[in-house]
Design a protein around this ligand. Structure first.
Ligand code: ADP
Ligand code: MG
Length: 375
């Protein structure tokens, strides 16, 4: 029999190759019953591939997938009994909302009376009562996505797989839907694997986040922990939104601290780097860049590249040592220099963390600016 501490879902060395390239390389991941795990990564990192392998739409090149200890890697999708929700709601346009939601139950041979009862229950759960008789195109995007959610919840799948379910919705509805998904997860205790490229969604929703990069699972942990203590420069920039300052090699790392040189000054910072001789970076939150000097703050020369108004704050992009961009956030209207001007930047080291420099950070910057354009 199943043991209590056995994971509901377990991926073992899961690999998927397409022709020459690998979309997924040896991914290990365990999901406990009742957990909401976010799989987060930039576009093309393999998120949808993980999901479609678990759902059975694709066959792994190697590795195995266990559900409640049973190897399901080679089962047909229909035999896996998992619920899947995609970005586009995929409701049947010619059916009413009630018919859509009751469809999985009809397939499973439920009689009309039981179906009606269950459909009312799940429509209640997603707050769509009163819309039973409507067709999908009479509902808003957010309502259609809630109907799609109700349809998979109707048959109580042991595991719900969601692939960027909110990305087709506008910002306000996205916020509402996040709260909805949190509530449904809390009330039903459904185990959810939630794929997203949006770190705010991962932070807001998940009990645990697993970060994919180029088909590799590079970090996983509780979101607030990983946010505060990113495990590498990539995680620091992509997940925490921190600035990444190249520090170079050869720092003395001991018991969680390191001595580094910054702006000509020797300072001691928290360190996540184990061992010696590694290329390192300093991960520094945007609020740690200051325009006024302060005690213990190293100073570096910078040039202003861009100034963006965020409403209650101003976001300023600087260029330092003519190669690295850093972003600071300042209270609105507080003597902010103009684009093109040179300025001194003072670095508060509270919450700064020395991390391993995993190369190729530029690609993340591109993804981030794309995200901002879309938002
Ligand atoms: P994500 O969902 O994170 O954006 P995907 O899992 O869709 O990423 O894709 C991961 C990688 O695998 C990408 O480089 C993509 O181009 C490639 N890929 C995905 N599906 C196929 C396919 N059917 N044939 C060939 N390459 C594919
Ligand atoms: Mg995808």
């Amino acid at each position: 029999m199943k043991q209590n501490n056995e994971p509901l879902l377990e991926l073992q060395a899961l690999t998927k190759e397409y022709g020459r390239g690998a979309a997924l390389r040896g991914v290990d991941l365990a999901v406990r019953s009742g957990e909401l795990v976010a799989v987060l990564g930039p576009s093309g990192s393999g998120k949808s591939t993980v999901l479609s392998l678990i759902a059975g739409f694709q066959v792994p090149t190697s590795g195995r997938i266990f559900l409640r200890g049973q190897d399901i890697s080679r089962l047909a999708p229909g035999q896996r009994e998992l619920g899947v929700v995609f970005q586009n709601y995929a409701l049947f346009p010619h059916m009413t909302i009630a018919e859509n939601v009751g469809y999985p139950l009809k397939l499973r041979g439920w009689d009309a009376a039981r179906r009606r009862e269950r459909v009312a229950e799940v429509l209640d759960l997603v707050r769509l009562n009163g819309h039973e008789g409507k067709r999908p195109h009479h509902l808003s995007g957010g309502q259609q996505q809630r109907a799609a959610l109700a349809r998979v919840l109707s048959f109580e799948p042991p595991l719900l797989l969601m692939d960027e379910p909110l990305s087709a919705l506008d910002r306000e509805i996205r916020g509402e839907m996040k709260a909805e998904i949190r509530r449904i997860h809390r009330e039903m205790g459904t185990t959810i694997l939630y794929v997203t490229h949006d770190r705010e969604e991962a932070l807001a929703l998940s009990d645990r986040v697993a970060i994919l990069r180029g088909g590799n699972l590079i970090a996983s942990g509780p979101p607030t922990e990983l946010f505060r203590a990113p495990t590498s420069a990539f995680v620091g920039r992509f997940f925490s939104g921190h600035n990444i300052l190249p520090i170079g090699d050869a720092t003395t790392a001991d018991s969680g601290h390191a001595r580094i040189t910054l702006g000509g000054a020797e300072v001691v910072v928290r360190s996540a780097v184990r061992g010696r001789g590694m290329r390192t970076c300093l991960a520094l939150p945007p609020h740690n860049l200051r325009l006024q000097p302060g005690p213990g703050m190293p100073t570096i020369a910078a040039r202003v590249v861009d100034v963006a108004n965020l409403g209650h704050e101003t976001e300023v992009t600087f260029l330092i040592n003519s190669a690295t961009h850093v972003v600071g956030r300042f209270p609105f209207g507080s003597g902010i220099p103009n684009p093109g001007e040179a300025t001194d930047l003072h670095l508060s080291l509270d919450g700064a963390l020395l991390v391993v420099d995993d190369v190729g950070i530029e690609e993340v910057a591109t993804v981030e600016s794309k995200q901002r354009e879309l938002a």
